[in-house]
Design a protein around this ligand. Structure first.
Ligand code: SF4
Length: 681
């Protein structure tokens, strides 16, 4: 590509200079205004001519004859430079109601202001008024969006985000997934796909470079994830990557997720239900291109070499995750007594080791699993009754294990497998089973409600069978459970049994024994979530430096920094797990080399802060109120009853006001001064 700085010519100038040099290009676009009079124009052409300063050029797309003003235009060359950036600066907009597919230009300045992925996806939806719509109506939109590092030759640079309004929380949803789908989309030439409206019959979207089409999916409807993938790969080639929903998404269950590569998931906040509401079963993506040219190849190579060194030398990314997967945390978190057990009634599980990453490796591991360009390989490929499948991560091991009182790792593997096949959130589904077990324990649910499989603590059969009932929606209780623990417990008049924030279930760390993660949960824009500011890193793993997990001092500031940095990583296209080894200077350097930005540490964190605040603005428009930043009553009022963290309780009453002050928020929302500082007004 060539980037040419031109002077602005008005219509009268164009008519005076019709003899100007004509450049035929595949495409051109005005990238963004520079000053009142100058613009950059991007020319996409295989063999651009050499251009002199001050020469007049007449830009004309190939095979288009100039009639009137558009699409040709005249300009004066002021400066030319070769432009490469890891953005494609192109998006697809697919309207399922109108059956239309359009290519749109992505404004480069806007992209850089929000980086991409989670940040840019939220900005697009906020500007298009999605916050106020019904999440399961055709007016909601789904944005599948890459970061500028997706598809680049950077460690873990293969991730994409699904951004939409969540049917689970009624707020912003942004779910991240690995595998290779994001990279395929990037290679095909697009930074994002925006899906709008609703089809009149099941469809899937096929993208192969510039050939993009909507195709019937009636024969795929009702099928499980890996089956859909097999059928579509058969049809579109084995190099194609398939993203799809299972039966849970088709039935618009609030716990439905989106799967790709069999066991990679955009797992949280019910993004699969939105896809189901549009009757969109899958998106297949393939490309002829296999590389992305960065802004500065040499610099990027240098930064990547250094990043890889840090990842290899770090104990977590170089040893713990590759050897034992994320389940390396089972014994670590249980040993500090912050491993929620039996729906958070306790926080130490005596049989935890039977479900640990070490045990998984010893008994079931076949090999490591890797996402695109990942040097870590935290994925687990396991043997499940003679079948090779994707294994469970730490969260589902905990949620099906300790949180349901189950020590049977074989059953956990199987339940996790069904989550993937049926397209269920592997945190939300098992934690809802745990809530149902507490309802059963306390008499709200009766044996006759349970279809022959009582929801008793420790039942290996229950975790497998109730996952299937939730995913297939084949009985009344299963369908209610698939709407999440909050709606389930509320139905029985005890919403406080739902261990959720903003109606989304919390993950595997007890906020009573780890104070900082409690702030992350309470203030997460997408509801109960650990990967919006992973305070476990300093509070439990001692990275980048050890913090006292039980103290409150400084935790508000640390949480804000972690949240802002996470927003950067999620928007860049890299995996959050790299942050055990890398810091803000590394991400800034990678982004600068790939896109041509000039971020320093302060600058890149400010973009992260902007992203966190635009999400908050989305939530405000969606109806969020100040009291939504809180934790379940049990965490605030019931001390941990036993184990190494016995007696501990959340001190959110202390940390939350501190957090709002650090953020520049009043009553949970940014002040005008904060919005101005972040260039959001
Ligand atoms: S660390 Fe794990 S989740 Fe992250 S990119 Fe690598 S394999 Fe995927």
């Amino acid at each position: 590509m060539r980037r040419i700085k031109i002077s602005k010519n008005d219509e009268s100038t164009i008519h005076k200079h019709l003899k100007a040099l004509i450049i035929e290009v595949d495409k051109f676009r005005v990238a963004f205004p520079q000053t009142e009079t100058d613009r950059w124009v991007v020319l996409e052409t295989e063999r651009p001519p050499a251009l002199e300063r001050d020469c007049m050029i007449f830009v004309r797309p190939k095979n288009v004859h100039h009639k009137g003003r558009n699409p040709c235009f005249l300009c004066t060359v002021q400066k030319e430079e070769r432009m490469t950036t890891s953005y494609n600066l192109k998006m697809l907009r697919v309207n399922l109601t109108e059956k239309s597919i359009k290519t749109e230009i992505l404004d480069e300045a806007l992209a850089k202001k929000f980086i991409g992925g989670r940040g840019l996806g939220t900005k697009i939806l906020y500007d298009e008024g999605v916050a106020k719509v019904d999440a399961l109506s055709p007016a909601n939109k789904l944005v599948f969006i890459n970061g500028p590092l997706t598809g680049c030759n950077v460690p873990t640079g293969g991730r994409y985000m699904v951004v939409t309004k969540s049917p689970l929380t009624g707020m912003i949803a942004s779910s991240n997934s690995g595998g290779v789908w994001g990279a395929r989309l990037k290679y095909a030439g697009y930074d994002a796909v925006i899906v709008e409206g609703k089809a009149d019959a099941p469809v899937y979207l096929s993208i192969h470079d510039e050939k993009v089409e909507l195709l019937p999916a009636g024969d795929l409807w009702g099928k499980e994830s890996t089956n859909v993938e097999e059928i579509l790969k058969e049809k579109h080639g084995k190099e194609a990557s398939v993203l799809n929903i299972g039966p849970a998404g088709e039935q618009m269950f609030e716990l439905a997720c989106i799967m790709n590569e069999a066991d990679r998931a955009a797992g949280r906040s019910g993004v699969g239900a939105v896809m189901g509401s549009k009757l969109l079963k899958a998106i297949v993506c393939s490309s002829t291109r296999t590389v992305i040219e960065p802004f500065d190849k040499e610099k990027l190579r240098e930064v990547v070499t250094e990043s890889l060194r840090k990842i290899r030398e770090n104990g977590v990314t170089g040893q713990g995750l590759p050897t034992y997967g994320t389940a390396v945390l089972v014994n670590i978190v249980n040993n500090i007594g912050s491993f929620p057990t039996r729906n958070w009634q306790e926080s130490y599980f005596a049989d935890a080791d039977k479900t640990s990453g070490e045990t998984l490796k010893e008994k079931y591991l076949v090999k490591q699993g890797y996402c695109h360009r990942c040097p870590i390989g935290c994925g687990r490929v396991i043997n499940m009754n003679g079948k090779t499948v994707g294994g469970p991560e730490y969260e589902p091991i905990w949620a099906y294990g300790a949180n349901c009182g189950v020590e049977d790792l074989e059953a956990i593997n199987e339940a996790n497998y069904w989550c993937n096949e049926l397209g269920l959130d592997a945190i939300g589904a098992p934690t809802t089973i745990a809530a149902a077990m507490e309802l059963y324990q306390k008499g709200y649910l009766k044996e006759e409600d349970c279809d022959g499989v009582p929801l008793v603590w420790g039942s290996a059969k229950a975790i497998v069978e109730w996952t299937k009932h939730m995913g297939y929606g084949d009985n009344k209780l299963g369908r209610l459970m698939a709407s999440g623990s909050y709606r389930l417990c509320d139905h029985y008049g005890v919403p406080e049994f739902s261990m959720s924030v903003k109606k989304q279930e919390m993950p595997a760390y007890d906020a009573r024994g780890i104070q900082g993660i409690g702030i992350t949960y309470a203030t997460s824009n997408r509801g109960g979530c650990h990967v919006r500011g992973y305070m476990i890193s300093p509070e439990v793993l001692g990275l980048p430096e050890p913090l006292n997990r039980l103290a409150t001092e400084g935790k508000a500031t640390w949480t804000k920094i972690f949240q802002d940095l996470t927003a950067v990583i999620d928007s860049s296209g890299m995996c959050l797990f790299t942050s055990f080894a890398l810091g803000a200077p590394d991400y800034a350097a990678l982004l600068n080399a790939a896109t041509g930005t000039n971020y320093d540490v302060e600058g890149v964190l400010k973009v992260g802060e902007r992203i966190y605040n635009i999400e908050r603005l989305f939530n405000k428009e969606a109806g969020m109120v100040a009291g939504d930043d809180t934790l379940p009553k049990r965490i605030l009022e019931e001390p941990i009853p036993s184990g190494p963290s016995k007696g501990e309780i959340s001190k959110l009453n202390i940390t939350l006001p501190q957090y709002y002050e650090v953020r520049g928020w009043v009553d949970a929302f940014p002040t005008e001064a904060t919005l101005k500082r972040l260039d959001l007004l």
